[in-house]
Ligand binder design. Structure first.
Ligand code: FCB
Length: 435
């Protein structure tokens, strides 16, 4: 790799990320059923109907996995806490084994000199809450506040940082409008309500954590560069609409106390009554914003109903999941966030990474990381207060509806034997961090 730790400002944090359902194994330790278990059990939703029952068996291999982080020379480890593991029914009694697990995880990080960066929710909604409408239900923020109090009451005194919800766009739009993720809905009213409730839940969790005396609290949003697929006015408008739904709706709520007009034109009729009164909660002050960035999309006009856009194929080289590789987009969003939403607030890259088939050659992943580190550095030189960079993911894992075959890990996982083998990218990053 061309880039090294010494190129970055002192104190810049290098991390790797994982998430609970993707690695832990939800068949273990008294975790409750989640909407991902039933989504996966429904034919046609997930490749080979694979689920997270065993995943990387991280529940039993946590120490070895944290050793891999430490040996890589990371400063921090970004993980998430499973609602269904901690509160199997979604509300009410906590599962002591679940709380003990996260307690050991946090101490395991600290023992190894790794800063624990917690995300409360990375998508495994307890089934009993899904039965009550999940993110469509206006009670979700209250239930989420209780979950937050339960988890952070146990580990909040030791985590380095915390964010409520990973990628509000995926939780709401991808899962309730496009139907690609659990609960697999395709319904505009469901999507609008989920988009708003996710932000209210975020704000309630921030309130709870402040009340516990916690600091270093942020939000983690994902971003995708939207290019008009052709020169037409229709494509320009379609791409702007895509950008507003994906990249600006959540930042608008969090930092401007309003939603973009380009989104309200389609969703306003479906937002829950009184939505305008929730921005005191949604826009609670934060200590940082985390950006997850992977790719760009080509957006064309479409004759159908709002949002009247369609995906088109792009020309750039693609990863194993067919995502175009466009590192400049990272610089674009770091400067866009700073200029239009966050100002002096510290930013973190909370996810960046690529899926690559395992054939023994990991060069493309090394180049991907290097190029994205380069764009992060360029943003720093342009004055962006960027505080850290996180690779997704430490381990090959359960890539949601794509199952286990898409490999994002720095560490190869043999899902038959659970053997871990660091890849060339792991060694290259370790070398860059040592220098
Ligand atoms: C992000 C998710 C993460 C993983 C990567 C590839 O959107 O946060 O769980 O699926 O994409």
């Amino acid at each position: 790799m061309r880039h090294r730790r010494s190129d970055f400002p002192p104190g810049f944090l290098f991390a790797a990320a994982t998430s609970s359902y993707q690695i832990e194994g939800h068949g273990f330790g008294g975790a409750g059923e989640t909407h991902w278990d039933t989504f996966a059990a429904t034919p046609g939703n997930v490749v080979r109907a694979e689920d997270g029952r065993v995943a990387c068996d991280h529940y039993h291999r946590m120490d070895a996995d944290l050793d891999l982080c430490a040996a890589l020379g990371l400063d921090a480890y970004r993980f998430s806490t499973s609602w269904a593991r901690v509160m199997p029914e979604g509300t009410g009694a906590a599962n002591p084994k679940g709380l003990d697990f996260y307690d050991r995880l946090v101490d395991g990080c600290l023992d190894r000199g790794l800063k624990p960066m917690a995300t409360l929710y990375h998508w495994e909604l307890p089934s009993p809450l899904a039965d009550r409408g999940g993110w469509r239900n206006a009670d979700m923020p209250d239930w989420f506040a209780d979950f937050t109090a339960t988890v952070m009451g146990r580990i909040g005194d030791r985590v380095f940082s915390a964010a409520p919800i990973n990628e509000p766009w995926c939780v709401s739009w991808l899962s309730h409008f496009e139907g690609h993720h659990a609960p697999g809905m395709r319904d505009i009213r469901a999507a609008a309500r989920a988009m708003h409730h996710v932000l209210v839940a975020h704000g309630r969790a921030i309130e709870v954590m402040r009340g516990l005396g916690m600091g270093n609290l942020g939000a983690v949003c994902n971003f995708e560069r939207a290019f008009p697929a052709d020169d037409s006015e229709g494509a320009r408008v379609a791409a702007a609409r895509y950008d507003a739904i994906y990249n600006r709706f959540f930042l608008g709520g969090l930092f401007h106390r309003r939603y973009p007009d380009l989104v309200l034109e389609g969703l306003e009729p479906y937002l829950p009554r009184g939505w305008q009164d929730d921005f005191d909660t949604i826009a609670a002050p934060l200590d940082w914003l985390g950006l997850n960035y992977y790719t760009c999309k080509r957006i064309g006009a479409d004759d159908g109903p709002w949002p009247s856009y369609a995906y088109r194929k792009g020309p750039l080289p693609k990863t194993q999941v067919d995502w175009e590789i466009h590192p400049e987009g990272l610089h674009h969003f770091l400067t866009m966030a700073r200029d239009e939403y966050t100002g002096d607030l510290p930013l973190l890259v909370t996810e960046s990474g690529m899926a690559l088939a395992h054939d023994g050659n990991d060069d493309a992943r090394i180049a991907y990381v290097d190029a994205h580190l380069g764009e992060a550095l360029r943003a720093i030189r342009d004055g962006v207060p960027l505080a850290g960079f996180t690779y997704w993911s430490l381990l090959d894992n359960y890539e949601w509806s794509l199952g286990y075959e898409k490999r994002f890990g720095l560490v190869h996982v043999d899902f038959e034997t659970q053997e871990r083998t660091p890849k060339a990218s792991y060694h290259a990053l370790a070398e860059a961090l040592r220098a």
